[in-house]
Ligand binder design. Structure first.
Ligand code: ATP
Ligand code: MG
Length: 635
């Protein structure tokens, strides 16, 4: 196996090696995989064009590294424990050997449909094992999968089908979410109304209920798999052949179809999984992300399975049948590793600790978060109450575009600090650049978070729009990959993500990160969540507008709460960060992956909500109208 870090000294040693001799370092990590043909160069790259190649001319199949490479030792081990939405329904289980058989069957079924290397396949499916199986089946034959989160609307799906030029869509009749069923097949039908490219729709029957099938186009899953062999030779791919397309969460605007490669992504997702989480044989790893997001790709499917891990996959929502469901799952499967998002932690935190009573949490060893800055309150709650002061909390910073974790503690090795992603992983060279393009060296500095040197897991392009790839990530700051996020390196050299650069507020010449102000507001005992944006202010340049979710109003009413929020911010950051406007709102506009969409709030605060741009990734459009109606400025 590749180098596993288990001491802080070991981390610094590996990090040094990775910076002074990156090619040697990555070749060493890549050596532990199964390649059909070795690379001629470790990397060839040019950030100007940009072109990025890793393990050049090497040949491989990622599924051979999940299965064939590990079958001898892991064949009988559980790969997937699947927990259904309804706790009373039977769970399902696959060993690695069993998983390989059905992956092969599905791969053969896709081949029978004429799908071959380089073709795109859209997966619009609920969180059932068949989704993971379909992902791996595509990888087995070299088809490029594009998973579209099954909460997206027909329009959003149609856009993604068109963008990928897919000829086949895999879906399910229905999906379960809490007590609701979602008519996925119907949404697919609607999305395909205007598409004549898609010739085949495969329908997994999640429920008994029948759905209309379009003649010559639709086929049921069982029929699709009928008479397929459990053997399917892996298609041999070039290291740089695309493995998948995945759209970003859409927090900032038009979603981008990020393209990931095969060889580099494999090495990076596996390496980071093993090191960040410190997973060991016998552990049980539960990631709450949907496969429709990058976290699901890298740390539910590829990273863990490449390491022969035992994963738990959950179909439903965290708060159903009640807010203790996550902890029931932890107890039932004896989960050791729990990887989730701050939004889920904030939601469960507000429900109160009574949902923790009687839950068996003692199996837990490591807790991880990703997706947004985690505020200190949420960090402490999950650390103290879920991790019982025993488990390291790893706050992992990364992006769809980075393919895997970039800045994060190594669990149990790197000393943590609430709301800090701490230190870069080996191979990652973060640079802080100010708005004039000057690198900010040393500690106690902040600015735009860029990366100096390529890493194997980084995106290769935006599907069908390489120019946009260049514009978005490689043109703001010459010679660097630009993440779009703001960051501070504190006096200890620790990194704290300040939020997206677009969200940074400039008050009288002071740059304030939204994450920090929100963190201070969220410290208020009655506040669930908040979102802070800047708005035009005649004197200060920008004023601070805070949208605050605060369901219970205490004595003193609204005015009292607002006042105590102001006092709290004053105390924690200083008067400079005190909000000028505080609007209490029932909820915040969020993406379907649970992230706050500050872009919309910024427009409302600016008094212009006439055109909100692409809001197809928004979870609940109604909340926008409610916020507009009660806005503290004229909209
Ligand atoms: P879009 O790019 O379409 O606007 P998105 O950036 O939300 O959507 P993702 O790639 O899923 O799409 O999310 C990556 C972003 O999430 C990061 O750029 C960062 O802003 C935020 N993020 C992820 N992890 C963390 C973390 N640990 N701390 C702070 N922010 C994080
Ligand atoms: Mg982004």
């Amino acid at each position: 196996m590749f180098n596993k870090i288990n001491t802080l000294g070991g981390y610094f040693h590996e990090y040094q090696k990775s910076v002074s001799e990156p090619e040697k370092f990555w070749a060493q990590q890549a050596d532990s995989f199964y390649w059909r043909q070795r690379w001629t160069h470790v990397t060839q790259w040019d950030f100007e064009k940009p072109t990025i190649n890793w393990f050049c001319n090497a040949k491989l199949n990622i599924t051979e590294n999940i299965f064939e490479k590990n079958l001898y030792t892991h064949g009988e081990q559980i790969a997937i424990d699947w927990e259904p939405n309804d706790p009373n329904e039977a769970s399902r289980q696959y060993t690695y050997q069993e998983l390989l058989s059905v992956v092969n069957q599905t791969a053969n079924a896709l081949k029978r449909e004429g799908i071959k290397k380089g073709d795109t396949v859209i997966l619009y499916m609920p969180m059932v094992p068949e989704l993971v199986i379909a992902v791996l089946a595509c990888a087995r034959i070299g088809a490029i999968h594009s998973v579209v989160f099954a909460g997206f609307s027909a329009q959003a799906l149609a856009d993604r089908v068109r963008d990928a030029e897919a000829k086949i869509v895999l879906t399910a009749n229905f999906g379960y979410r809490a007590e609701k069923t979602i008519a996925l097949k119907q949404i697919v039908d609607e999305a395909l109304e205007k598409s004549d490219l898609v010739q085949r729709v495969v329908v997994y029957q999640r429920t008994q209920k029948e759905v209309p099938l379009k003649k010559d186009r639709d086929i049921l899953w069982d029929e699709f798999l009928a008479d397929t062999s459990t053997d399917c030779p892996a298609e041999i791919l070039d290291s740089e052949d695309p493995l998948f397309i995945l759209y970003t969460s859409g927090s900032t605007g038009q979603p981008k179809g990020i393209v990931h490669s095969t060889g580099g992504y494999m090495v990076y997702s596996a390496y980071t999984f093993a090191n960040v989480f410190q997973y060991q044989d016998g552990d049980v790893y539960f990631c709450t992300a949907d496969v429709g997001w990058i976290t699901g790709h890298s740390y539910l499917v590829y990273g863990p399975l490449l390491n022969g891990a035992h994963i738990v996959m959950y179909e439903g929502v965290p708060s159903w049948p009640d807010s203790g469901r996550m902890w029931d799952i932890v107890g039932k499967y004896q989960v050791t590793h729990f990887y989730t998002a701050p939004t889920l932690i904030r939601a469960l935190l507000t429900m109160g600790n009574e949902y923790l009573e009687g839950k068996a949490l003692s199996s837990l060893k490591v807790i991880g978060t990703v997706g947004e800055p985690i505020n200190e309150d949420a960090w402490h709650w999950v650390h103290d109450h879920i991790g019982q002061n025993r488990c390291p909390v790893v706050d992992t910073w990364w992006q769809t575009e980075t393919g895997g974790v970039m800045i994060a503690p190594i669990a149990g090795v790197t000393p943590t600090k609430p709301s800090f992603a701490t230190l870069p992983l080996p191979g990652i060279q973060p640079v802080i650049i100010d708005n004039d393009g000057q690198e900010q060296r040393g500690n106690s500095v902040e600015g735009n978070l860029c990366i100096r040197y390529p890493w194997p897991g980084m995106a290769r392009s935006i599907w069908g729009d390489h120019e946009r790839f260049k514009q978005t990530y490689f043109s703001q700051f010459e010679h660097y990959y630009f993440s779009g996020d703001g960051v501070r390196r504190d006096e200890d050299g620790y990194y704290r993500i300040l939020g997206r650069v677009d969200d940074v507020i400039n008050v009288s010449g002071h740059r304030l990160g939204t994450a920090e102000i929100e963190n201070a507001i969220n410290e208020h005992p009655l506040v669930n969540e908040s979102a802070v944006v800047g708005y035009p202010h005649p004197i200060k340049g920008q004023g601070i507008y805070a949208f605050v979710v605060c369901p219970q109003t205490s004595t003193g009413g609204e005015a009292g709460i607002k006042q105590s929020i102001e006092q709290g911010v004053n105390k924690l950051i200083g008067p400079i960060a005190r909000p000028d406007l505080i609007q209490l709102v029932p909820n915040l506009p969020k993406t379907r992956s649970g992230k706050i969409m500050r872009r919309i709030l910024r427009q409302i605060a600016a008094g212009d909500a006439t055109s909100l741009g692409d809001i197809s990734t928004l979870l609940d459009e109604q909340i926008v109208d409610i916020i507009i109606n009660e806005a503290l400025v004229d909209v």
